[in-house]
Design a binder for this molecule. Structure first.
Ligand code: PGA
Length: 249
């Protein structure tokens, strides 16, 4: 069965609540699609107004982060249950900016993945290599280690529902997109890793996005690759171009 494309915006730390509502209105008609799932992953404070703003449209809302504990004394954190109750469907886990600036490691990310699934959220699990790692020739070793560690104790049935985003760190926000061949090669490598860890049916079901300077000009070629099931889009998700990316064909 063909995998349905999933195209998600990652707003990062952009858009105040009122700007967010305005952007939803601007994009509303542009992001209509029968062929792809469309998601806006938004800052925590924008979740409630954005859920309201996209009501009745094809857009689903995602969070950019969450904490793995159920509840309690974790000042500043947001739980999976809070996201779920607010109408969130997806949650980005392990974005390289969180791994890097906020020192999130794979032990923590594995806990977050499991908690998100338990709460009925779909993780968009991010992985990706630095430029140094690519130049050293350890890209796939590194990504396999991330995937294997982040999915400890996650079952095949749970992985089938998962979204994995391959985002080479050197391509994020740099305008320097991975070549189509590089992106396809790693996305296939991730699928092969899932097949080894689980089985072929699980590998065939999991959706794998490419992220890193996706724009209206390169989306069509990237998303046409056999192992690329859509994109995680940063900068270009904040403007009308996102509609062109969603309707890339
Ligand atoms: P970018 O960001 O599209 O601005 O490169 C992608 C991401 O970090 O998810």
């Amino acid at each position: 069965m063909a995998r349905r494309k999933i195209i998600a915006g990652n707003w990062k730390m952009n858009m105040t609540p009122s700007e967010a509502v305005k952007l939803c209105a601007e994009l509303k008609d542009l992001v209509k699609s029968d062929e792809a799932d469309v998601v806006y992953c938004v800052p925590a404070i924008d979740i409630v107004p954005v859920v309201e703003a996209v009501k009745g449209t094809n857009v689903e809302v995602g969070a950019e982060n969450m904490y793995f504990e159920e509840k309690g004394a974790y000042t500043g954190e947001i739980s999976a249950a809070m996201l779920k109750d607010a109408g969130v469907k997806y949650v980005i886990i392990g974005h390289s900016e969180r791994r890097d600036y906020f020192k999130e490691d794979d032990v923590l990310l594995n806990k977050k993945v499991k908690k998100a699934i338990e709460a009925g959220l779909t993780p968009i699990l991010c992985c990706g290599e630095s430029l140094e790692q690519r130049e050293m020739g350890v890209t796939m070793d590194w990504i396999r280690l991330q995937i294997k560690s982040d999915l400890v104790d996650v079952t095949a049935d749970q992985v089938k529902e998962l979204v994995i985003a391959y985002e080479p760190i050197w391509a994020i926000g740099t305008g320097k997109t991975a070549t189509t061949e590089q992106a396809q090669e790693v996305c296939k490598g991730i699928r092969d890793c899932i097949a080894e860890m689980y089985d072929d049916a699980t590998a065939a079901a999991v959706r794998i996005q490419y992220g890193g300077s996706v724009n209206a000009g390169n989306a069509a070629e990237l998303f046409a690759q056999p192992d690329i099931d859509g994109g995680l889009v940063g900068g270009a998700s904040l403007k009308a171009d996102f509609g062109k990316i969603v309707n890339y064909k």
